[in-house]
Design a protein around this ligand. Sequence first.
Ligand SMILES: [Zn+2]
Ligand SMILES: [Zn+2]
Length: 532
Amino acid sequence: MKRKVLIGGAWPYANYLLHIGHLAALLPGDIIARYYRKCGDEVIYVSGSDMHGTPITQRAKKENKTPFEIANFYHNEDVNTFNLYNFSYDLYINTESEIHKENVKRIVKLLNDNGYIYEKEELQDYCENCNCFLSDREIVGTCPHCGGKCDGDQCDSCLSSLETSEVLDKHCKTCGNPSSLKSNKHLYFKLSNFQGDIQKLVEERKNKWRRQAVGETNKFLEMGLIDRAITRQLNWGVEVPIEGYEDKRIYVWFEAVLGYLTACEEVCSQKGINFEEFITDKDLTSYYVHGKDNIPFHTVIYPSLLLAMKKNYNLPNKIICSGYINMNNEKMSKSKGNLMTANEMVNTYGADSVRYYLIANGPEKKDINFSLDDYITIHNKFLVGVLGNFVNRNLSFIKKKFDSVIKEGKIDSNIVELTRKTYESVSQMIEAGELRSAIETIMEYVTSGNKYYDENEPWNLAKNNIDKFNDVTYTCIYMMANIANLIEPFMPDTSNKLCEILKTSNKTFEEITISGDILINELPLLFNRIEQ
Ligand SMILES: [Zn+2]
Ligand SMILES: [Zn+2]
C-alpha cells in the first residue's frame, strides 16, 4: 500500500542569500522526499519564501525600494539556488501569493470563531510628527544598561537585547521626534491554552523527533506558554480579516508556518488528491525540516495553531532539525565577512559534492565547524578515492581490454546478500531521519566493492581465468548499478550519470538486477580531484 508522506522544508526569509548553513538544514527534506518517491509512496514536499515582516520593510526604506521588490529579488535568488542543488519540491511558493494570503485570512477567521483570538488594548510608542505607531525597530533611544545609543529592541554597544518598554529617551527613527505612548489594540492568540496539549505531544513524539527538538521544546514549555500578538502595526503583510484592523497586518510568526497548509493544499488540488482526507489521515507521516533556531515554531506554535483549528489535522510526526555550521570556528555572519553562500559552493564544486559533504559531515546532531581544507580532503578521499575509484578502475579496464563489453557472469551470492541488507538498513535510517548513518552505510558498501576487487585481482584473472574474471567483473557491475540506485536521494546527478553509463534504472528503492552481456556507454569521470 502507498504510504502518505508530507515533507515541509522551512521557509527562508527573503532578505538574504542562502548560505551553506541554511542549505545543510534544508537538504534532509529533499533526500527524504526522493527516497519515499522511489518507494512509490504518495509524497508532498513543499516550502516557500517568507516575504513579510519589518526587516524587509526597513531595508526597502533604506534602499528606496518597495518591500515587494526586496522580497521578490531574494525569493527568485532562493528558487535559483534550490534548482542548482536539484531540490525536488513539489511546490515552492511564497507568502505573498494570493492563495497563501486567502488561506491565512480563512484560518484567522476560523480561530476567531473557535474562540482562540481576542483583542487587547495596550500602550504603544507613537510619533505625533509621523502620525503613526512605532514598532521596536522604528525606535532609537538610550540603553538602560550601558547608557549608549540603542535601537528599540537591542543595543549594539553592549549587545543586550531589550524590551522596548525599558529603553530610555525614545525617539522616532524616521524623523527624530520624541515618541509618546498611545493606546493601541492588537489581536492575540491564546497560546497559553495549549500548554497541556503540547506537553502531551512532545511526550508521545519523544522518540520520533530529533533529540535536540525534544530538549528545546521542553525548555520552551518550562517557561510556560504565553499568549502572543498576531497583529503588527505595519502595512506590509497579510491583511487582517477583522474590522478595525485595516492599519495592521498579521505577524509573520503566525502566517509563515501556515504556509505548509497553503502549499500542501495547492499540491493536492494539482494532483487531484482530497486535501482534507490527506491531512487528517491517521497514517500520514509528516516531516518538518529546519534549523535548530526554528524548533519552537514547529513543535509548539504550529501544532497549537493546528489544534486551534479543531479539524484533526496531522501534528508533526518527525522533526528533522539541524545545528549550525561555523566557519573556521566562528559563527557565520555577514558582518564578519565569513559567509560561504550556497551559490559560491555549488558553482565551484558542483551540487553532489556539496550535498555529500553536508550530509556525511553536516550538523545533524550538533554544530560543526567548516573549513575549506576539510571539505576538499573529504571530497578527494570519499568521492574521488572510494566511489569514483570503484567505478573508474572497473570500467576503464573493460574499456581498454574488452572494448567496453562486459560478458554475463555469475554474481557472488555474498555480495547479493550484502546488497539486500544495505537497502534494508539504508531504508530504516532514512525513514528515521538518520541521514548521516545512511550515507555512511552506502559508502561502506562501496568500500566493500573496492575490497572485493582488490582481493580477486581481476587484472590477473583476465590473463589466466577468464570465466572467473567475468564473474568478478559482473559482480562489480551489479554493485555499481545498485550504488547508482542507492545514492540517488543523496547525489541525483551522479546517480543519473552512472545509470546512463550502465543503462540501468534508479526509479525504485530496491535491488537492481542485471542480465546478459552489457555494452557500457562512454565513461565520463564522476568526480574530479580538487587541489588544496
Ligand atoms: Zn516620526
Ligand atoms: Zn547597551
